[in-house]
Design a protein around this ligand. Structure first.
Ligand SMILES: [Zn+2]
Length: 114
């Protein structure tokens, strides 16, 4: 089982000018959720953004949106830049939901200072 099997591409959430597109509510919620993960990871000091097995350093402020058994999971998502640095890998330490995020580099959620 791989928790990185699901890939979210941030690119379709944006308009041509790089601002957030007008999206249907469920899609907009996804954009906010995954955007927050990207912002959290990219606003860390560089050393802490990278791939790490230390969940503690990589825990975000973003809560899991899964509802296993119709109960909100609400655990804090763990996320980091993957071995391939254009990919952000994320997973939930509680319900083990997870995936990867691409298409965020240089976009509104990218808080890295170059
Ligand atoms: Zn969860």
């Amino acid at each position: 089982m791989s928790f990185r099997s699901r890939t979210t591409n941030m690119y379709p959430f944006l308009q041509k000018d790089g601002t957030l597109a007008k999206l249907p509510k469920p899609t907009a919620r996804l954009a906010v959720h995954f955007g927050a993960i990207v912002e959290d990871v990219t606003s860390r000091p560089r050393n802490y953004s990278n791939f790490s097995h230390n969940n503690k350093d990589c825990t975000t402020e973003v809560t899991c949106r899964k509802r296993p058994g119709h109960k909100p999971c609400s655990a804090q998502i763990v996320a980091f830049l993957d071995v391939c640095p254009s990919v952000i890998a994320w997973h939930c330490p509680k319900c083990h939901d997870g995936g990867s995020i691409v298409g965020w580099e240089g976009k509104i959620w990218d808080k890295r200072k170059t």
